[in-house]
Design a protein around this ligand. Sequence first.
Ligand code: S3P
Length: 171
Amino acid sequence: MINQTDSIILIGPMGSGKTSTGRILAKEMGYVFADTDEEVVERTGVSIAYIFDVEGESGFRQREHQALMKLLSKNNAVIATGGGILTYDENRQIIMGHKNVVYLKTSLEKQIERATVSDNRPLLIDADPALKLQELMLTREPLYEEISTIKIDTDQSAPYEIALEIIDKLG
Ligand code: S3P
């Protein structure tokens, strides 16, 4: 059982700015910053694209789950998660028990603009990125909505402004 901590969990799709906003938010709050994707890459020593190739998406989800568990054991952390973190049942149950779960709401247009195709985003490599992001959003948006405790619209704001808005909403 994970302890309730003051950690802040950022959720949302690729291109919503979880990592850039998370870094600023952590700095402003004097918290540590952690990122499930970075943790997976650090622990395995290979890229996310490589893990998808060798172990498939399910292998990546297992590793992402282990990374999440480790990061949640930290106190006072801002934890940026991968866009698909809630597709894994256990992650959903665990994240749902936390009080500071921030959904960075982002339109499809902005996601397309911001989500660069990279080794960190294999789901966009062999697909039309716009179509893929749209398809993912259909199934994932209800999960982001359901599990978040704070929602922030990111379309019109820069990461620094979003970070300040989060601090404001945390009360
Ligand atoms: C994924 C999002 C990525 C990364 C992986 C899978 C997804 O993280 O975890 O490529 O399923 O949406 P970002 O949301 O940080 O790009």
